[in-house]
Design a protein around this ligand. Sequence first.
Ligand code: AP5
Length: 195
Amino acid sequence: MRLILFGGPGSGKGTQASFLVKEWGIPHISTGDILRKERAQGTELGKQAQTYMDQGALVPDQVIVNMVANRMVEADAQQGWLLDGFPRNVPQSLALEKMLEKIRQPYNYLLFLDVPAATLQDRALNRAKEAAAQSEQKRSDDTPETILKRVHVYEQETLPMIEIYKSHPKFVHIDGTLSIPEVTAAIQRQIGGES
Ligand code: AP5
């Protein structure tokens, strides 16, 4: 199974991805997680990404496209994958289509978790509050200002790309405002899997 998960910041991509990768036995390729790992390890890529992430801006396309291309040729990604957080704008979507054609790995579904901007902001702020309450480390981009910026970037850059994908035969619209189990069930109804 090859899945691409779209949605705004806080739409539930990470939450649903964790169920889907278990169910289908595929690797979870999250560009945000890879970047956070690179930052934690203090690599050149991590340092380069830090400023953009902390400002809620997108990391430059070429950096992301190279990073994903390198990840997709790893052994565990040959039988399937779930892409979370990539592509995020029109140039990235064009680069992905080319990449997949080259490695002959067509995707099965494009899943869009549709959540309005106001709910996205509330969820990200709640996640930051929950992390603080449980003494976990809060994500450095979960501040009110950065969340606003990330939602703005989503509206400006990601939604136009999703508009193009909407007419694609593999595009699946999911109401992301439902509860977590309801969203999981809605995805399962569309793509199959245990209920
Ligand atoms: P990334 O890590 O991808 O963050 P994001 O897209 O902003 O998404 P989040 O991880 O914040 O949210 P999510 O949709 O996974 O929701 P979650 O399940 O956690 O990217 C971070 C940064 O990296 C970017 O800003 C950018 O700088 C850079 N980057 C990454 N990819 C890039 C790319 N392709 N190009 C350029 N730069 C890139 O849920 C959020 C909260 O809501 C949780 O508390 C959860 O419990 C709750 N929740 C989830 N579902 C529900 C529900 N149905 N009902 C109620 N609550 C829910």
